[in-house]
Structures are given as structure tokens and as C-alpha cells.
Design a protein around this ligand. Structure first.
Ligand code: DGY
Length: 324
């Protein structure tokens, strides 16, 4: 029996999603190096496919959509973010888009809180010092950081993830939680959160957390000028996208100790080259974009991506369609 084809950009998407798709689709894995999908291989293999099941770093752009031809009806990205997807091009080629919000909210919020604590309490440096034998005795001023209690926490972008971060950190007895958003959020009001603008937020916060989508408006939302307005004891945490921060300006600020530290789950580029100056700074904690990387969350994301794609084939409402 003829089945339409879906192309999977990576070889290691969770099996349960592949099984869901296989009921209705002929599933093809892109013949590329499993751990390192290649844009050109995807372009070579997209012609004639009904759907593409993808995630970053594959770019869904005009070149790819043109190569796909008229059979391509839907892009399912296994991510909440879709900055790797050219929406104008999708519109032009009449292709729909599904993404995976909500199912990853808690996992990403946990990473934000973890990074914040790890950075402010200097976990990685302390762990390193212990392992190289520098822990000689209890020492009153050794490896001291700052706590969250009585601090001002600033969250840039208060969607589901930002709100969940705020709710978690609220339990740490911060003095104040401030946030930016297009409008006041009732969930934030319920925990005493105060809506402010970005400049006020960076000036007042001891912890600045970026949890906003990357768009032309938010690119470099933390730039040299805003870094210079941050408190000298401030810690910057980014769980959104690398380009929310002017990374060169951040490197300078960290080198000159103009802020206390940064915890980054995302950076530019990804993977970060080993010779990046960020690698040698002891006041930065780097994670390899693992915000949503719990086993259960990745399974939920993959199954939701599969259901988004199946819905288009079956002419049903997509569980999570990006409208543009
Ligand atoms: C997302 O879902 O956007 C995460 O950052 C993974 O890319």
C-alpha cells in the first residue's frame, strides 16, 4: 500500500515517535552521519516528501523548500523555538509548521534554576578545586558565592517557561521578582512579580534570566550598553538562544569582572569552538543546550512532533500549530 513519505533529519529521534509515524507514513532517515546531520544531505533527500521531522541545526529555508517541491505539506520541528525556520518561505510554499511548546516547560525551567544556583554558588569551580586536591581544610572564605534569598530576580520574557522559573525561584525567598513581557501576567502577579521594562530590569536585578524567543526584536537584547548597566554582582543566565546576548560584549564584561558571572545553556555558535574565550573564563558555566534534555521530555517532544505531522495528513487540527 502506498504511504506518503516523511524525512527524519536525525537518526536518533525517540523510537516511539517513529512507530507512531510508521502507521501512516513511509519513514525515511536522512542518509547522513547520525550524530551530525548535514544541510545538503537533507536538501538532496527532501524531494517528494510529505513532511519533514526536524530540529536545530537544520535550517528550513527557501533552498530546502524549493528542493522539496509541492509534495511537502508540513514541517514538524521537535522544539518550541523556531528561529531556524524561515516563516516567510513557509508561507510562500504553503507549508504548515508544528512545534512542541508546553511539554518542555518544566525541564527547561529546571535547567534555568540549576544554572543559576550552579553559577552563583560556584559548583563547577568548587568541584574542580576538590578534584585537583586544593581542598586542604575548611576555610571560612573559600568558594563563597551569593545566595538567592533577599535578591532581586529579573526574568526577561515571561511565557510558560519564564513563569515556571519565577514560580520555582519564588520559593527561595527572593526580595523581589521583576519581569518583562508584552502584558502583565496574572500568574506573575500571584507571586508578587512586577512588570518592568528591560532597562529597569537589568539595572535592578542580582540575577538576570533570559527566557525569551529569539526574534529580530530580541536579538542582542543584552548588549554592551545593558551589560554596563548591570550590577557588579549580577549573574546572567541564558536558556533561550545564544544570540539574545552580544557574546563578545559578554566576554569582555566577564573578563573585566564587570558582572559576577554567567550561566549559559545556549551560545553562539553551537557547538561552541574549543578556542572560544568563554571556555577559559572561570566565572562562566557552560552547558551544551540541554534545557529540554530529560529522557521523558524528549520522548514527549518527539511524539508531539509526530502527532503534529499526522494531523496534517489526516486533515485534523494540529495539536500545536505555529500560526504565521
Ligand atoms: C527548543 O525546544 O527550542 C529547545 O531550545 C531545543 O532546541
Amino acid at each position: 500500500m502506498y504511504k506518503p513519505k516523511v524525512l527524519l533529519t536525525h537518526h536518533n529521534f525517540p523510537q516511539s515517535a517513529i512507530e507512531l509515524l510508521s502507521e501512516k507514513f513511509d519513514v525515511e532517515l536522512c542518509p547522513t552521519e547520525a550524530s551530525k546531520p548535514n544541510q545538503q544531505d537533507i536538501i538532496n533527500n527532501i524531494p517528494g516528501k510529505f513532511a519533514i521531522f526536524c530540529c536545530s541545526p537544520i535550517k528550513i529555508n527557501e533552498d530546502l523548500l524549493k528542493a522539496a517541491g509541492p509534495s511537502l505539506k508540513v514541517v514538524g520541528t521537535m522544539s518550541v523555538g523556531y528561529d531556524h525556520i524561515d516563516l516567510e518561505a513557509l508561507k510562500k510554499y504553503g507549508v504548515r509548521l508544528g512545534n512542541t511548546p508546553d511539554v518542555l516547560t518544566e525541564a527547561v525551567a529546571e535547567i534555568a534554576v540549576g544554572l543559576l544556583i550552579t553559577t552563583t554558588r560556584r559548583f563547577f569551580e568548587a568541584n574542580h578545586e576538590l578534584k585537583i586536591g586544593n581542598w586542604k581544610t575548611f576555610s571560612p572564605d573559600w568558594m563563597c558565592g551569593h545566595g538567592i534569598k533577599d535578591s532581586v530576580i529579573g526574568i526577561i520574557g515571561c511565557g510558560n517557561i519564564g513563569t515556571s522559573i519565577a514560580e520555582k525561584l519564588h520559593k527561595f525567598n527572593a526580595a523581589e521578582i521583576i519581569y518583562t513581557s508584552r502584558s502583565e501576567k496574572s500568574a506573575m502577579k500571584a507571586i508578587g512579580g512586577k512588570l518592568v521594562n528591560v532597562d529597569e530590569l537589568v539595572r535592578k536585578s542580582d540575577f538576570v534570566i533570559l527566557s525569551v524567543a529569539l526574534t529580530p526584536e530580541t536579538k542582542f537584547i543584552i548588549n554592551k550598553e545593558r551589560l554596563s548597566k548591570m550590577k557588579s554582582n549580577a549573574v546572567l543566565v541564558n536558556i533561550g538562544r545564544g544570540d539574545l546576548i552580544d557574546q563578545n560584549a559578554l566576554i569582555e564584561a566577564l573578563k573585566e569582572k564587570r558582572i559576577r558571572g554567567a550561566g549559559l545553556d545556549v551560545m553562539t555558535p553551537e557547538p561552541l569552538p574549543l578556542d572560544s574565550p568563554l571556555m577559559n573564563l572561570d566565572n562562566v558555566v557552560l552547558l551544551p543546550h540541554i534545557g529540554s534534555a530529560t529522557i521523558e521530555t524528549r520522548i514527549d517532544m518527539a511524539e508531539l512532533t509526530a502527532r503534529n505531522i499526522l494531523a496534517v495528513l489526516e486533515n485534523k487540527t494540529m495539536p500545536c500549530e505555529v500560526k504565521f
